[in-house]
Design a protein around this ligand. Structure first.
Ligand code: AMP
Ligand code: GLY
Length: 425
């Protein structure tokens, strides 16, 4: 079987690595990939957003299955374009990926179908948004409706901050057309977790729960990033809560999409806020999480190709996933300055040493090759991921590997996974 993975981040490296272990795959391509994915397959210089180019490549190479990593190609209709040609592809259609692409759509869907979420109001006029805010009490969360690379959400502690957020998104167009409409939402307290499932539109198959660390600094301080690390399992999501989430969030969402004429196939990712055992949905994503996928793939014992093909072919009802009992921790190493501006092109040392450690995978994200040497080329550079018998063991092994890797300006959090250690608050 010939498989194409679309994307170039740490998530795609983890997916490509896992797929490369499948005995059924004879050829693996990654478009555009990175130096890490190049270790497991052939990188092809086609951008993840180049839907036409990807489709032509898949046709020419007779690709049996394409797996989409990031949201952008999904929202551009890559699945629709492939399916029109009879090509098999894992990921929701354009009509279904609106669940991530529009916060207004997903909030309205949740309210209509009784899926627990924060109270909200939508606005397309900044004056009306401000009038609403003035008659209520902060804190608020202001969200641009459209895709904003994870930056379109502003938490506002005061009235002034809320006004500024509304102006920045709606008047100054900080996120372009994505901010034409906004959602003003009730601020929820609690702890966050990511719950991901794979669905063929009928069966909903949960993945192992994971938790990421969004803030840039230790103890969840500083601005949000794409994710500075993750671990799995996530003790916050107990087996009872998992059952409840399937029946109150995941299955209703899939049924709701069907009822709305937007049948959903692929990964359904619910970002949750959990407080006193109760979960509310902060957002839905239409793809695997990054960096949650890195520890999740390390723990998956099944052949990923089988699972993804069964999803595309609507055969998930016969499948149950097997997970390693071990824990997995992923520490993201980033460029100094991220999530703001940062320098690129720094030579990375120690990758070989780190890779020699048992139960460690160094997943590449923002890396490039320069004169045969791996250099930094993005904000999140590496996802150093390890397995351990318990959370402590996994943390120790991941940081042991991190300690072997260096470049000028490497930054990483030192507390990834710590809150999962029993007795830690
Ligand atoms: P979203 O893209 O909607 O998941 O928001 C990004 C991040 O903003 C989340 O991961 C949370 O950390 C935070 N956030 C979003 N909505 C809320 C909310 N209603 N209350 C508190 N924090 C929130
Ligand atoms: N880790 C957050 C995300 O993938 O959206």
């Amino acid at each position: 079987m010939k498989v194409l993975v679309i994307g170039s981040g740490g998530r795609e490296h983890a997916i490509a690595w896992k797929l490369s272990r499948s005995k059924q795959i004879t050829k693996l391509y990654i478009a555009p990939g990175n130096p890490g994915t190049g270790q497991h397959g052939e990188n092809v210089a086609i951008a993840a957003e180049d839907v036409e180019g990807l489709k032509e490549f898949a046709k020419k190479e007779r690709i049996d299955l394409t797996v989409v990593g990031p949201e952008l190609p999904l929202t551009l209709g890559v699945t629709d374009a492939f399916e029109k040609e009879g090509l098999k592809i894992f990921g929701p259609t354009k009509a279904a990926s609106i669940l991530e692409a529009s916060k207004v759509f997903s909030k309205e869907l949740m309210v209509k179908y009784g899926i627990p979420t924060a109270f909200y109001k939508k606005f397309d006029d900044p004056k009306l948004a401000k009038a609403y805010v003035e008659s209520h009490k902060p804190p608020f969360v202001v969200k641009a409706d459209g895709l904003a690379a994870g930056k379109g959400v502003i938490i506002c502690g005061s009235m002034e901050e809320t006004f500024r957020a509304i102006d920045s998104i709606m008047v100054e167009s900080a996120f372009g057309a994505a901010g034409k409409r906004i959602v003003v939402e009730e601020f929820l307290r609690g702890e966050e977790a990511s719950f991901l499932a794979i669905t063929d539109g009928n069966t909903v198959l949960p993945l192992a729960p994971a938790q990421d660390h969004k803030a840039i600094y230790d103890n969840d301080k500083g601005p949000n990033t794409g994710g500075m690390g993750a671990y799995s399992p996530a003790p916050l999501v107990t087996p009872e809560m998992e059952k409840e989430l399937i029946s109150t969030v995941m299955v209703p969402a899939v049924k709701a999409m069907e009822a709305e004429g937007r049948p959903y196939k692929g990964v359904l990712y619910a970002g949750l806020m959990i407080s006193e055992g109760q979960a509310k949905v902060l957002e839905f994503n239409c793809r695997f999480g990054d960096p949650e996928t890195q520890p999740i793939m390390m723990r998956l014992e099944d052949d990923l190709f089988d699972v993804l093909m069964a999803t595309v072919e609507g055969r998930l009802d016969g499948i149950r996933l097997k997970w390693s009992d071990r824990w997995s921790v992923c520490v993201v190493m980033a460029s100094k300055g991220y999530p703001e501006s940062y320098e690129k092109g720094k030579a990375i040392e120690g990758l070989g040493e780190a890779a020699k450690l048992r139960d460690v995978m160094v997943f590449h994200a923002g890396t490039a090759l320069k004169d045969g040497h791996v250099v930094t080329s993005g904000g999140r550079v590496l996802g150093v991921t390890a397995l351990g018998e318990d959370i402590k063991g996994a943390i120790e092994r991941a940081y042991e590997a991190v300690g072997k890797i260096s470049w000028d300006g490497a930054y990483f959090r030192r507390d990834i996974g710590r809150r999962a250690i029993p007795g830690t608050v």
